[in-house]
Ligand binder design. Structure first.
Ligand code: ADE
Ligand code: ZN
Length: 326
């Protein structure tokens, strides 16, 4: 249909995507074989996204993927594939991709960067896509672990790393635990974002006031509190929403579904962007997430293009580079 062609052609900017979550199943199987890691499933049913009962179950599969990405070549490969097949082929012009060092406990952080940066460079040469990195803290670990990771980020500072994020299950890691790590990142001039997916609106306040976040990943529950919503509208706080992954994962914890939440957020005047989170793991891709909203909420080209414009505003490039994006 015409709407599908329009959605495919629409320029996109992607701010909420996890490197480990973008790996194609065939690549996972190949890397597992390369490193002699046994997998209990094959490429066809590795990502049985209908079966993720909750976020915890999904994160266990994510851990398996992380465990097969082990050397510089692996990081190079998965980054390249994530940006070209998973991004540029869907008219993604620019991506800030979240990298989660705690998901690769055997690989030193500088080695991870080496492979990922090579992947960024080659993807840009071959497809034109530009990208930066957001280093993800695993919130199920301690505040001290988070501080240690931010110290590494600062010690090995490179231009490609533009900020930090906070992933894994919010119920097991309230945002207040990470105040010190976020302050450290803020003093170093790093951008700050964090997931708030199932958590209460008060978590959004913690993100803004205690962690110094300039954007929020998901944030569906903000609309449960009119006062916090009004503040986020006034401050133009970006919310990076992921229609397909959150709907499948039922992480939003809302009886009325994630799409309805996203509509509420848009109608409230919040700065919403659309993304895919962990595309192949949830059977989606950048085009599909836009398409799903077009079909579920009746959004036309002007609203879908507004999501891209919001992402340009929300991204962590400098003003000149932003102006050059579209
Ligand atoms: N890591 C990858 N995807 C995630 C999600 N949706 N929530 C928390 N952590 C994640
Ligand atoms: Zn996410």
């Amino acid at each position: 249909p015409a709407v599908d062609a329009m959605v495919a052609a629409l320029p996109k900017v992607s701010l909420h995507c996890h490197l480990i979550g973008t790996v194609a199943p065939a690549t996972v199987v190949e890397l597992a074989a390369k490193h002699g890691v046994p997998l209990d499933r094959g490429a066809h049913d590795l990502y049985d996204h209908g079966s993720y009962e909750d976020l915890g179950e999904f994160l266990r599969v994510l851990d398996v993927v992380g465990s097969v990405i082990r050397d510089v070549d692996d990081f190079h490969r998965v980054t390249y594939e994530s940006l070209v097949a998973g991004g540029a082929d869907h008219n993604v012009l620019y991506r800030e991709i979240q990298l989660s060092p705690p998901g690769h406990p055997e690989v030193p952080y500088p080695r991870i960067l080496e492979g990922v940066v090579a992947g960024l460079r080659d993807a840009r040469t071959d497809s034109g896509i530009d990208a930066r990195l957001v280093v993800g803290i695993n919130r199920e670990r301690s505040g001290a672990d988070a501080v240690e990771l931010v110290e590494q980020v600062i010690e090995h500072r490179i231009d490609e790393v533009v900020g930090i994020g906070l992933d894994y299950a919010e119920v097991n890691g309230p945002p207040g635990r990470f105040v010190e790590a976020y302050r450290l990142a803020g003093r170093a001039g790093l951008g700050r974002t964090a997931h708030s997916e199932s958590g209460p609106p008060a978590h959004v306040l913690t993100l803004l006031d205690e962690l110094g976040c300039s954007r929020v990943d998901h944030g569906y529950h903000v609309v449960d509190d009119p006062e916090i919503t009004a503040r986020c509208v006034a401050e133009r706080i970006p919310f990076t929403c992921t229609p397909v992954s959150s709907d499948i994962g039922r992480y939003s914890g809302s009886g009325d579904g994630t799409h309805a939440r996203i509509r509420q957020m848009v109608d409230a005047g919040l700065l919403v962007t659309i993304d895919s989170d962990d595309p192949p793991m949830f059977g989606t891709d950048p085009t599909h997430d836009y398409r799903v909203l077009a079909h579920a909420l009746g959004y036309r080209r002007d609203q879908l293009a507004a999501f891209t414009a919001n992402a340009v505003e929300a991204c962590w490039l400098d003003a000149t580079s932003k102006a050059d994006l579209l």
